[in-house]
Write a protein that binds this ligand. Structure first.
Ligand code: GDP
Ligand code: MG
Length: 602
């Protein structure tokens, strides 16, 4: 294809501003889907995926658009993952495009994620075309939003396209703007093949499908290719594009976006950001910017019903087929039984996986409190050198006498909020050890940035933010590296026994409050026993918070009316045995629901 007739672009937006709806409209307008198929796609993505044996996960489609200038253009529309947790994946997608549509809700205006995405897009030298969507809404204020785009982002919005993706207004104008404003790609056909691996996913019919952007050379069926970072070689057995139905093509030339399959069984082998070249006469140097996926948030996943463990194992395995960015290994907990310790790219990634396990695989799960990755510097000991370890699980906390320093990850958070909630939000950030770095007003809203320790954010920060702002505040974050912290492991002891599932790493300054909170909660959740039960939060040997569940004399025989002596005896024996067992293990019978409730409340 003539390079001047290709346009590669993505759509960026804050969540719910209409990215998917607009994408569907563009596909429909250019004839990629009939009205009926369009309906189906909108209604049920997942079923379609199964039926047609294609996945719409990547949402990258090729559209043929005959513009008003009479020429037919190849438009490759790339839907990027919507969230910052996937920042790296997003950056690879953006790198594959020359421009972006910036969709802003005409009633909501610019929000935290709009900004985060737009800055990334600018970093990739994109030509950005502003689109003000949802102009059909009574609350729409397109002119105010136009001003916001200019004031806050600094983009010229005088030619912003006004649309209603829902009612199909402005769709052709969007396509014309893409053709007119977004530059065509560049690339040499006669150079060695260089293609960037933009995304990969597992398809039950096709195996691993790889989305690529060709930078130079030509990618063809039958070629022996090589992944320059992964180091593996494969035979290309399919080359094509999605419209969004799969269409096979003879080749992908420079500037083009499409997919290949190469008899690959696991997504892990096809890593986002890798460079694909030919084995013979290939490129010498890989494309810059490759990064290994790295989990930053960890938590335990346990089945509520222990009998579901196998089902959980199977379901996690299936999810992992499609998402090489989360990791897991088996974990066993005295309180919760068998489960898995899983690592995620971020909090929302965690939520997505958790939600998919619950919804798609119908599992009832307990998730332990999320933990970040700490870097712990250990001093030399008798049998061991001084060294640095990474801690993913509070249960693996090393001997405290050997700890020299602990570093924890920090983030930069950007929060947008209507003025009236600002006070409460500042207090929340302050309570979470936040350091304010900026505060500005934009229209009636405040934009505040804070540096915060990630471990304070994984602890219900987002939920609190939403609740104190009645859902109006928006939040976005990026990681800014590790900093030393005065961190300690806090154990929760029930009847003097530490409960593994409830231990956590906390800042010394908040340990007491956090510990008291957990003790009070457990006091309400654990039923009374025949003896007093102390519940304590302790750091090392030092108790920082304590509650006591008072003893209860429970006469089990009271339940037996009349004179059934044998039954009475049996009950008494049972009670004695139960008591003996508890003494023996110094243990309290805590119903599992108590742990679950304690953990669920975050
Ligand atoms: P995304 O999160 O950016 O992909 O947003 P979606 O495309 O899923 O849209 C979010 C919600 O906004 C959905 O309920 C859409 O039906 C609705 N929506 C999208 N575009 C419009 C529009 O132009 N007008 C109105 N009124 N609603 C829209
Ligand atoms: Mg969407």
């Amino acid at each position: 294809t003539d390079l001047s007739l290709i346009r590669n672009f993505s759509i960026i937006a804050h969540i719910d501003h209409g990215k998917s709806t607009l994408a569907d409209r563009l596909i429909q307008f250019t004839g990629g889907l009939t009205d009926r198929e369009m309906q189906e796609q909108v209604l049920d993505n997942m079923d379609i995926e199964r039926e047609r044996g294609i996945t719409i996960k990547a949402q990258t489609v090729r559209l043929d658009y005959t513009a008003k200038d009479g020429k037919t253009y190849q438009l490759n529309l790339m839907d990027t993952p919507g969230h910052v947790d996937f920042a790296y994946e997003v950056s690879r997608s953006l790198a594959a495009c020359e421009g972006a549509l910036l969709v802003v809700d005409a009633a909501q205006g610019v929000e935290a994620q709009t900004l985060a995405n737009v800055y990334q897009s600018i970093e990739h030298d994109h030509e950005i075309v502003p689109v003000i969507n949802k102009i059909d809404l009574p609350a729409a204020e397109p002119e105010q939003v136009r001003a916001e785009i200019e004031d806050i982002i600094g983009l010229d919005a005088s030619e912003a396209v006004l649309t209603s993706a829902k009612s199909g207004i402005g769709i052709e104008e969007v396509l014309e703007a893409v053709v007119a404003k977004i530059p065509p790609p560049q690339g040499e056909r006669d150079s060695p093949l260089k293609a960037s691996l933009v995304d990969s996913w597992y398809d039950p019919y096709l195996g691993v499908v790889i989305l690529v952007r060709v930078l130079s050379g030509v990618l063809k069926k039958g070629q022996q290719i090589k992944f320059m970072q992964g180091g593996t070689e494969h035979l290309v057995d399919r080359v094509g594009c999605m419209r969004p139905k799969i269409e096979q093509l003879p080749e992908l030339g420079p500037g083009e976006i499409g997919f290949i399959t190469a008899q690959i069984k696991e997504v892990e082998q096809a890593r986002v950001g890798d460079t694909i070249t030919t084995v013979k006469g290939g490129a010498e140097k890989a494309l810059p910017g490759y990064r290994e996926p790295q989990a930053v948030v960890f938590c335990g996943l346990f089945p509520v019903d222990a009998a579901d463990f196998e089902k959980l194992r199977e379901s996690i395995g299936k999810l992992r087929l499609n998402d090489a960015s989360f990791t897991y290994e088996m974990e066993s907990s005295a309180a919760l039984g068998f489960g898995f310790r899983a690592g995620f790219l971020g909090l929302l990634h965690l939520e997505i996986i958790q939600e998919r396990l619950t919804r798609e695989y119908d599992l009832d799960l307990i998730t332990t409190a999320p933990s970040v990755v700490y870097r712990i510097h250990l001093t030399k000991s008798k049998n061991d050198d001084a060294r640095t370890i990474e801690l993913h699980n509070p249960a693996d906390y090393p001997d405290p006498t050997r700890i020299d320093t602990i570093e924890e990850p920090w983030i930069k958070a950007t929060i947008y909020t209507p003025d009236e909630y600002l006070g409460a939000i500042l207090k929340l950030c302050q309570d979470r050890r936040g350091v304010q770095t900026n505060l500005t007003y934009v229209g009636g809203r405040a934009q505040v940035t804070y540096e915060l320790p990630l471990n304070e954010v994984v602890f219900d920060f987002y939920d609190r933010l939403k609740s104190i702002s009645r859902g109006y505040a928006s939040f976005d974050y990026e990681q800014i590296g590790l900093r030393d912290g005065d961190l300690v492991k806090m154990n929760i002891l029930v009847n003097n026994e530490p409960v593994d599932a409830l231990s956590m790493i906390v800042h010394r300054g908040v340990a007491e409050a956090r510990g008291r909170h957990m003790c009070e909660r457990l006091k309400d959740l654990i039923p009374r026993h025949l003896f007093k039960i102390p519940i304590q939060a302790a750091i090392g040997g030092k108790v920082v918070a304590r509650e006591t569940i008072s003893a209860m004399r429970k006469d089990v025989t009271a339940k037996c009316y009349g004179g059934d002596i044998t039954r009475k005896k049996k009950l008494l024996e049972k009670q004695k045995k139960g008591k003996a067992k508890m003494r023996e293990y110094g243990n309290v019978s805590i119903p599992q629901e108590a742990f679950i409730a304690a953990l669920r409340m975050g």
